[in-house]
Design a protein around this ligand. Structure first.
Ligand SMILES: [Zn+2]
Length: 301
């Protein structure tokens, strides 16, 4: 009489154990992928400043369809901050200022320094020098474009307090962007770039040297400027306007920040070494050069 019921109970118990075992096993298998190096990078303490390039009033270059660069920078900056926060980085500051350059640029660096940031990332979108622009009609208006140089570009300054750290983060970010199918643009090495020609310090990752950028040279922590893509390129502009492209870039930044933070985890306690290093690296010239402006020759080695 109790035979079938007992068998049923035993079956249920066995199934429950089997489910628990499977569940336990799959949870263990998923663990490393979901929380890579949770103990290595103290995400709750690592301070990242995400600087939104330009201002509402001085919004940078227009895209091929007439959208100002600042609009692209703001949307990407907000997505990057959200992605970092979602990943557990609890000390992310989205730096937005209404102060025009060059005062605004100095202010950005000062705010990052005051926040004792561990990493500074400035978000921009690229254009080309005027002589490389062509004209087309978009929605009945003359607009300017250049379809030749799509891709991201990364810039660091040797005048930064921690050029080695800046380069390390640049290499990590270039690698992570490329792992997501994005390519860097090599055109900054071309003679036709004139005074905007730059030295490519890492040809695998797409890291250029641009010593005079104020936000990079005045910050006392590793700092990098990201040109996330070319908004004067008619095809890439459309991509850059999508949440999907912003998600790719944001994910690459999160991965690179995490790796950088993990690599830097032991020296975090020795942060006070940075100002000492800066004394040795101060540039001989003292004039503030406005970002991306005219008089800088191609950086000499
Ligand atoms: Zn810009």
């Amino acid at each position: 009489m109790t035979g079938p019921r007992t068998v049923g109970l035993i079956l249920c118990a066995l199934l429950a154990i089997a489910f628990l075992a499977v569940d336990h096993h799959s949870a263990r298998a998923a663990e490393p992928a979901q929380t890579a190096k949770p103990e290595a990078c103290p995400r709750g303490e690592f301070r990242v400043v995400i600087d939104v390039g330009h201002t509402v009033d001085v919004p940078g270059a227009d895209s091929a369809r007439g959208v100002p660069e600042y609009a692209f920078n703001l949307r990407l900056g907000e997505d990057v901050k959200q992605a970092l926060t979602d990943a557990g980085f609890a000390q992310v500051v989205l730096l937005i200022t209404a102060t025009a350059p060059w005062r605004g640029l100095v202010e950005r660096a000062a705010r990052a320094n005051a926040a004792h940031a561990d990493l500074f990332v400035s978000i921009h979108h690229d254009s080309v020098p005027d002589h490389l622009l062509q004209t087309w009609q978009y929605e009945g208006q003359d607009r300017q474009f250049n379809d030749d140089y799509p891709g991201f570009a990364l810039f660091i300054s040797d005048d930064n307090a921690d050029p080695a750290g800046s380069l390390m983060f640049g290499r990590l970010l270039g690698k992570e962007l490329q792992a997501r199918g994005l390519q860097y643009t090599p055109h900054y090495t071309l003679p036709l770039m004139g005074h905007r020609r730059r030295e490519l310090v890492d040809a695998a990752a797409g890291v250029y040297r641009y010593d005079r950028l104020i936000v990079l040279r005045e910050t006392r922590m590793p700092a990098l400027l990201l040109e996330a893509g070319s908004i004067v390129n008619r095809a890439e502009e459309l991509e850059l306007g999508t949440p999907e492209r912003r998600a790719l870039t944001s994910a690459a930044i999160v991965a690179a920040v995490d790796e950088f933070c993990a690599a830097r985890a032991p020296p975090v306690a020795t942060k006070t070494a940075a100002p000492v290093k800066r004394v040795n690296l101060s540039p001989p010239h003292s004039a503030f050069m406005p970002a991306r402006s005219g008089s800088a020759a191609a950086p000499a080695r």
